[in-house]
Design a protein around this ligand. Structure first.
Ligand code: AMP
Length: 507
């Protein structure tokens, strides 16, 4: 078995072991998942959708979001989108993707439907089956039926948009090999087996949930208990119901769970975890130690990124050492530190984190400039700054790219700038990261108004909120006569919060 495609990873685990479970649903076993994959391939082929096509998926979190991702990625390319997007965002993403079809849940009135209709994009409605993750696709397309063809390692399997430094989010194509390699790397790091069950609370339009929770588990014959999304009030009941061996989350979720752990001590005692995984933003060492003490389980902090199909480095399981504050040694791809001139650095020297390996994207789509900047001698430049110690453990020390990391949710500051600049009263706008005690970073913006124009912070926030998903709306907007510039005359987003006195104002 070649192990370089999603299909080949799923093929190996036929049988009556559970694949998907969910609250108030009966479980689907691996044999059922195999049948679902085969049926989905035939349904797509009947609609004329085949190898080389992209299918956009807009579904609420849950077992069908997970199973449809797998069943479709086994044949064609998938593009899961955040169901909370506003109409303008759906229009941008659907145009950019050039998808062959859009999948939505039966009866859902998502604004993506109107956008698809305007573009004559075929919509397939996903009807839930009785078991968790079982579904059928209803709909029609103008295409003639095609034949079912197996995928190859270099075929695209997943496309996600990344929040980069440009206002236009970039398309990150990930091929079958990228996904399969990343799932394997994660399974090895965490010693996952058919006995493991992951409790998934991560959104299934983000690489973390899709690969670390779903694909890695199913690739070894394990199972995933799929929740409707993170909810600290429901988590412990799910923990009790799922009896998982692990879960993976971002630091803010871990912190929210810690706040409710004491009153759920009985569930924690009843449902011991083999380990807890944290990724997508930095985990403060005191929080890590507190989670370990509370859950009596090792916390494995990992470093992931969309362009790497998620995992790049990870702390190991015991008995090897976990270092609080470090994201651990390379865990799959090669990881090194590079200086601005493209020279690799020795341990102990701070520089840009670069990666190279079978899980790393071949490059952004239709974006030669971004690719020229992103790749040096075959190494992908992550835009993160870090240092590797004598034991090979990486610590992330900062960021070179302008991305804002709001507790794991990534925001491109220029995307927010562009919306603010559309407001009739705004002449200039600069969005930047402001420190936040719980989230790590939150969004702030400085604006200069047009002569004689007036508006309020509230009005501007509402204006942004109508056009962008809620997490992209600046928490703080300050009005200035002039935007402060760096020594070179350029606006420097990094450090702006401190210069404007917003760095000490955390709630
Ligand atoms: P995403 O593409 O959404 O997965 O975001 C990737 C970015 O998240 C990385 O380039 C880092 O800036 C950040 N990140 C991911 N994991 C960690 C971690 N464990 N510690 C610090 N930053 C992280």
């Amino acid at each position: 078995m070649n192990q370089t495609t999603v299909f080949s990873l799923l093929e190996r685990h036929l049988g009556s072991r559970v694949a998907f479970a969910a609250p108030d649903r009966s479980p689907l076993d691996h044999e059922g998942l195999r049948r679902q994959v085969a049926e989905t391939g035939r349904a797509l082929a009947d609609l004329g959708i085949g190898r080389g096509d992209r299918v956009a998926i807009v579904l609420p979190n849950g077992p069908e979001a997970a199973s449809s991702f797998l069943a479709i990625a086994a044949w064609v390319s998938t593009a899961p989108l955040n169901p909370a997007y506003k109409p303008d965002e759906f229009a941008f993403y659907l145009d950019d993707l050039r998808a062959a079809a859009l999948i939505v849940a039966e009866g859902d009135s998502t604004p993506a439907l109107a956008v698809a209709r305007d573009r004559r994009l075929p919509v397939l409605s996903l009807r839930q089956g009785p078991k968790a993750g079982q579904f059928s696709l209803q709909g029609a397309s103008a295409r003639a039926p095609t034949s079912l063809q197996p995928t190859a390692a270099d075929d695209e399997a997943l496309v996600l948009h990344t929040s980069g430094t440009t206002s236009r989010p970039k398309i990150v194509p990930l091929c079958q090999r990228n996904l399969a390699a990343s799932a394997r790397h994660i399974a090895v790091t965490l010693a996952l087996s058919g006995d493991d069950r992951c409790l998934n609370v991560m959104p299934l339009f983000h690489i973390h949930g899709l690969i670390a929770a779903v694909l890695s588990s199913l690739s070894v014959g394990g199972s995933v208990y799929c929740t409707p999304g993170f909810n600290a009030l429901k988590f412990f009941a799910w923990l009790d119901d799922a009896a998982p061996s692990w879960y993976t989350a971002v630091p803010t979720m871990h912190q929210a769970l810690l706040a409710r752990a004491e009153r759920n001590a009985d569930v924690i005692a009843r449902r011991p975890l083999r380990f807890i995984r944290s990724s997508s933003a930095s985990l403060p060492p005191p929080v890590m130690l507190q989670i370990e003490k509370t859950f009596h389980a090792p916390v494995i902090e990992s470093y992931g990124m969309t362009e790497a199909a998620h995992q790049m480095a990870s702390n190991p399981l015991p008995p090897r050492a976990r270092k609080p504050g470090s994201v651990g040694p390379a865990a799959g791809p090669a990881v090194a530190i590079m200086d601005e001139a493209g020279r690799l650095q020795a341990s102990g020297v701070i520089g840009e984190v670069v990666i190279r390996g079978p899980n790393v994207t071949k490059g952004y789509e239709n974006n030669p400039n971004a690719n020229a900047e992103a790749f040096t001698d075959g190494w992908f430049r992550t835009g993160d700054q870090g240092v590797i110690d004598g034991d090979g453990y990486l610590t992330i020390t900062g960021r070179i790219k302008e991305l804002i990391n709001r507790g794991g949710e990534k925001i491109s500051p220029r995307e927010v700038d562009d919306v603010l600049l559309d407001h009739p009263a705004v002449a200039q706008a600069v969005t930047f990261a402001m420190p936040h005690a719980m989230l790590g970073e939150d969004i702030a913006a400085a604006v200069v108004l047009r002569n004689g124009q007036k508006t309020s912070e509230r009005d501007l926030r509402d204006f942004v909120g109508e056009r962008l998903t809620a997490f992209k709306v600046p928490r703080k907007i300050v009005f200035l006569e002039e935007i402060p510039k760096g020594a070179t005359g350029k606006v420097q987003r990094i450090g702006l919060a401190t210069r404007l006195g917003l760095a000490g104002n955390e709630p």
